[in-house]
Design a binder for this molecule. Structure first.
Ligand SMILES: [Zn+2]
Length: 179
């Protein structure tokens, strides 16, 4: 009996909601009845983190040099304005796109609606270390988005996939608890 109590003591944690001491393996607090798995998912959901913020690179494909060089840099200016006219804000929960330099048009796609993450690296981009991430959403107003001109886009794509999965799970878990 005594041995049992010792084990129990070393194997406890404080409930994050009510502060009572509960078993470390508990999935539900026996004092306040909080579903701890759903609670942890909710906390994760509320802490939205920015993964990438900014414009795409001005030059992201080798082919662009074939325009920049013969036009003595005027082509560069064109690409620069084009890049300035697009702004990404990618977080653990959504992808925001802002288009236009003077009048801003915003797209806001929730990650959990994205069903396909496709990475393409056309030859000209691959030489520059860039690729395109194609996002296909179940949200019909933004059926397809293209992200490009971002360094380490492959790693970012993996993170986005994980975030999308977690967000779906959270929504399922929350739906079961609060139908
Ligand atoms: Zn509790």
């Amino acid at each position: 009996m005594l041995a049992n109590q010792t084990i129990e003591k070393s194997d406890t944690k404080d409930c994050p909601v009510c502060g009572e001491t509960i078993k470390a393996v508990a999935i539900k607090c026996r004092f306040c009845n909080t579903d701890l798995q759903a609670y942890a998912a909710q906390v994760e959901h509320e802490s939205e983190r920015v993964l990438f913020e900014g414009h795409p690179a001005t030059i992201y494909s080798v082919w662009q040099w074939f325009v920049v060089v013969p036009t003595l840099g005027i082509g560069y200016l064109y690409y620069w304005f084009k890049a300035r006219g697009l702004r990404y804000e990618i977080t653990t929960q959504r992808v925001k796109l802002e288009r236009g330099i003077f009048s801003k048009v915003k797209d806001n796609v929730e990650l959990f609606t994205i069903e396909h993450f496709d990475l393409n690296s056309p030859f000209g981009m691959r030489l520059m270390g860039y690729c395109i991430l194609q996002l296909r959403s179940s949200d019909t107003s933004y059926s397809e988005l293209h992200l490009y001109g971002i360094k380490n886009l492959e790693t970012l794509a993996d993170t986005l996939r994980d975030c999308s999965m977690r967000e779906r799970t959270r929504r399922r878990v929350t739906a079961i608890i609060h139908p």
